[in-house]
Design a protein around this ligand. Structure first.
Ligand code: AMP
Length: 248
């Protein structure tokens, strides 16, 4: 059983972003970039499934600029067997990413696609769902537990007020939630070994996917500064202040 894992290069989650002076985008000029945290969880899951003997090959795929190679090296160091880079300088929106993953899937024929539930840069939470629709496969989104069997995947998802357990036929698209697992710490020898592995290259043109954006960003602005709060001396004062602003 082959698994494809989609890994996106995003601004590191510890970095505070600043909006560009011309308000066209956020400024990621020299900022630290990392693998999208949910994708790390997706890689970890694919690798664990391989270690458990359920998956035979883990193929990491990243789409974007040349530097996505670093993200793929991280996936290889975590235990992915192969890496595919779809190189483009275009800004890719979820539908295009889903189309590119579907095109790669046509050649690779995986039984499972692991994605993150959302990318922390665009916060779209759309790619897994769109991919499932494009390839007409079932989707197990926001998975907090994955059990793979020969012909199906049993997915546990956290929903309001409980958990939902789904039995889905293969091939399946799974998106990883935060509680699915805790990604491993990568050891130095694995980082060194990953440096030697080849990253297969392709382009959207080779995959016959039009990457033209259908969305136009009109303006990007900083959130409004919050006005400072006040300290109250006691509960009585708190209640009177809340009444003043008609909160109670
Ligand atoms: P999104 O729908 O943009 O929130 O992204 C959801 C998931 O799709 C991510 O967690 C990744 O697994 C995958 N994904 C999105 N964009 C890319 C990309 N450029 N390269 C690889 N995977 C991606």
């Amino acid at each position: 059983m082959k698994a494809i894992v989609a890994v996106k290069r995003v601004l590191d989650y510890n970095i505070k972003v600043r909006v560009k002076a011309d308000e066209t985008d956020v400024d990621i000029g020299n900022a630290k970039m990392s693998m999208n945290p949910f994708d790390e969880i997706a890689v970890e899951e694919a690798v664990r499934q391989k270690e458990a003997g359920k998956v035979t090959e883990v193929v990491a795929v990243s789409l974007g600029v040349k530097a996505c190679e670093e993200t793929l090296r991280t996936a290889l160091a975590m235990g992915a067997d192969r890496a595919i880079h779809v190189e483009t300088d275009e800004k890719l929106e979820p539908l295009v990413v889903a189309k590119l993953l579907a095109a790669i899937g046509q050649t690779e024929q995986p039984s499972v696609y692991f994605l993150g539930k959302q990318a922390i840069d665009d916060d779209a939470n759309q790619t897994a769902q769109m991919l499932a629709a494009l390839i007409n496969a079932p989707q197990g989104t926001f998975a907090s537990k994955v059990e793979l069997e020969a012909d199906k995947a049993i997915i546990t998802r956290e929903i309001d007020g409980g958990v939902q357990i789904e039995s889905l036929s293969l091939p399946v698209v799974i998106s990883a939630d935060l509680r699915l697992n805790e990604p491993r710490y990568i050891k130095l020898p694995n980082i060194m070994a990953a440096k030697k592995k080849t990253i297969e290259k392709t382009t959207p043109q080779e995959l016959s996917v039009d990457v033209t954006s259908r969305l136009k960003v009109i303006k990007v602005t900083e959130p409004k500064e919050r006005t400072a709060g006040i300290k109250v001396a006691n509960v009585a004062e708190l209640v009177s202040k809340l009444k003043e602003i008609k909160a109670i």
